[in-house]
Design a protein around this ligand. Structure first.
Ligand SMILES: NC(=O)c1ccc[n+]([C@@H]2O[C@H](COP(=O)([O-])OP(=O)(O)OC[C@H]3O[C@@H](n4cnc5c(N)ncnc54)[C@H](O)[C@@H]3O)[C@@H](O)[C@H]2O)c1
Length: 401
């Protein structure tokens, strides 16, 4: 019998829904878990959204008083999915209650707040498990990159480039939201992921230099309606950066897990380029990296998350190329056991998303009428065609549908 763990979910915007989706599907992806998390209550900033979230989740409690939810003795685990500026008080309350915490990135808004969290951890003797949702480590291809680097297959690391590319800030009419306030800019939003991946794969740099920029100095306070002029909507100043470029040198701690990356004689020889921008025309949610060493290199693109590319510089080159060149490792859903049963190892990343889209159209037709298809009639046409295929296999002749 699995132990039920009651979750208190703080925030139910874009990422709160992702946490709830993940928790609901855990029994399929990780059947071997010895605990069974279930959402007991949800907190949002307004009573109507909290109640709507409760109905969506089918959970018991809805509140705007996140502190009460955290302190509720029935809550075993806290998920923090509120805007960045709200993380600190929720963290401090969870630490006081000594409850396990699964916290969205960035953990808090700045180093002063981080110091307060460290102090609270020390003062309370907090020892419950915690994790930060730097979920990009969750791709099998990224984990494979880590293995190749740690096992020395790239040799001594020499260079890396890692970038996160969005286009959303190019649009001057996109309204102001909390990500345009001081605690919400691209450094906290996207570069946090990049520095975490840098830490995971290479090690944090010993030193860096950075420059940042903001494209539009003001933004409309709300979405501009089709029937009004942009000039008629009040604006407010944008107080956060849209893009940041960082150059790095060396390694903060060239020991242990980072040993593959280091040359004790010349640690500063490792240089990196880290770029996070919401001004990248044509990009959607691209995160890519290339990491190169004396013996080889890896590269990855979030737009093709099934694959890790690996260049093994020890493979001989020769006439007509020999064996030298980039290899595409099909990492896909090949997670480590026991988390590898479902979906099957060959499933592409995104396979399940298409199933959810398919289910959604079916239940829309049940709720709203109509049919979004493919319906049974279409399925049966395919069935007939399949028979023609079989017929042709047997007859070894052209067959008509
Ligand atoms: N790991 C990722 O890929 C990823 C992606 C998106 C967002 N995030 C992080 O998740 C957090 C939330 O981002 P989002 O895009 O979901 O924001 P959002 O604006 O879509 O949703 C924020 C939610 O928090 C609630 N909220 C606001 N103030 C609150 C308070 N004081 N107490 C309780 N609830 C409160 C809002 O009602 C809303 O439900 C941020 O820290 C962001 O950096 C992470």
């Amino acid at each position: 019998m699995k132990k039920t763990l009651n979750v208190g979910l703080i925030g139910f915007g874009m990422i709160g829904k992702a946490h709830a989706y993940g928790l609901a599907t855990l029994p399929f992806f990780a059947p071997g878990l010895t605990v069974a998390p279930r959402i007991l209550g949800v907190a949002t900033s307004r009573a109507e959204t909290a109640e709507a979230a409760r109905r969506t989740l089918g959970c018991e409690l809805a509140t705007t008083d996140w502190a009460a939810l955290i302190e509720n003795p029935a809550v075993d685990v806290v998920h923090i999915c509120a805007p960045n500026a709200e993380h600190l008080p929720a963290l401090l309350a969870s630490i006081r209650c000594k409850k396990p915490i699964y916290c969205e990135k960035p953990v808090v808004a700045n180093a002063a707040e981080a110091a307060r969290v460290r102090a609270a951890l020390a003062e309370t003797g907090y020892d419950a498990p915690t994790q930060v949702a730097f979920h990009l480590r969750g791709f099998a291809a990224v984990r494979r990159a880590k293995e190749l680097i740690a096992s020395g297959r790239l040799g001594r690391l020499v260079r890396y480039r890692i970038g996160y590319y969005h286009a959303g800030a190019l649009d001057a009419s996109a309204p102001f939201r909390w990500k345009h306030a001081p605690n919400g800019g691209t450094i906290l939003d996207l570069a946090s992921h990049l520095l975490d991946l840098t830490d995971y794969l290479v090690g944090l740099p010993a030193e860096l230099t950075a420059t940042a920029t903001t494209l539009w100095p003001t933004r409309p306070v709300r979405a501009i309606r089709a029937d009004e002029a942009a000039a008629d909507v009040p604006t407010r100043p944008v107080e956060a950066e849209d893009a940041v470029s960082i150059l790095t040198r060396g390694l903060l701690r060239p020991t242990g897990a980072d040993a593959a990356a280091s040359d004790p004689a010349n640690p500063a020889a490792l240089t990196g380029v880290v770029e996070a921008t919401k001004l990248a025309a044509g990009e959607e949610d691209e995160m890519s990296f290339e990491i190169g060493g004396t013996l080889g290199a890896v590269r990855f693109s979030l737009m093709e998350p099934h694959y890790l590319e690996f260049f093994d510089g020890t493979k001989p080159s020769g006439p007509n190329g020999g064996e030298s060149g980039w290899t595409r490792i099909a990492a896909g859903a090949r997670y480590e056991a026991p988390e590898s049963d479902f979906p099957s190892a060959k499933s592409t990343t995104g396979w399940l998303r298409a199933h959810v889209a398919s289910l959604a159209t079916f239940y829309r037709s049940l709720g709203e009428g109509g049919s979004f298809g493919p319906d049974l009639a279409q399925g049966l046409r395919i069935q007939d065609a399949l028979d023609v295929v079989k017929r042709s296999v047997e007859s070894r002749r052209w067959e008509t549908l």
